[in-house]
Ligand binder design. Structure first.
Ligand SMILES: [Cu+2]
Length: 182
């Protein structure tokens, strides 16, 4: 009974160490996603690895199209508490690899919500079950306004970028769909 469990632990630890090494080589200051407390991160191929052949993976379908992306587009949170408004994007529309966004957390009036804080920004490719490899850094620029960098969308296809935001002691998610072209 014990041996397989021990082997699993060793395998998980080794994969986390490898993920950390990979990420620190590529982007000094950024914290790798593996080991940030997501229970499933150790078992997901979260970061691209050198020499991995992503051509073998099935295409990740897009819910939206690249040309649907527009600055000032808003995405409502799941319970209607707030919306994420993308007021700046580099590049626009989003492209493969590095992206950076300026967002506002807006209320029903469309104005930035002063007390809003972003708890987490999580890029995810649902079709393949992996993330971006780097935890985006969130920097408050004004009340209710934030810079998010990097959004490392390293594969073409459909991604979600989930914003977990707290306003007045309540937290909700808003899920922004992105399509990265070839
Ligand atoms: Cu993928």
């Amino acid at each position: 009974m014990y041996l397989p469990f021990v082997y699993l632990l060793v395998a998980l630890s080794a994969s986390q160490l490898l993920a950390c090494d990979d990420s620190s080589d590529q982007a000094g200051a950024n914290v790798p996603t593996a080991g940030n407390g997501d229970g499933d991160s150790a078992t997901n191929p979260d970061a691209p690895t050198a020499g991995s052949n992503t051509d073998d993976l099935p295409a990740a379908p897009c819910k939206v199209q690249p040309e649907d992306f527009a600055l000032d587009q808003t995405t409502m949170s799941e319970g209607g508490l707030f919306a994420v408004k993308i007021v700046g994007a580099e590049p626009a529309p989003p492209a493969k690899f590095d992206n950076a966004w300026d967002v506002q957390i807006v209320g029903p009036t469309g104005d930035p919500m002063e007390g809003a804080t972003i708890k987490e920004v999580k890029p995810w490719m649902p079709a393949h079950g992996h993330g971006a490899g780097y935890v985006p850094m969130v920097t408050a620029t004004e009340a209710g306004a934030f810079n998010v960098d990097p959004l490392y969308l390293w594969m073409s296809g459909g991604w979600t970028v989930t914003f977990t935001v707290e306003v007045g002691g309540q937290a909700e998610d808003a899920v922004v769909d992105v399509c990265i072209p070839q």
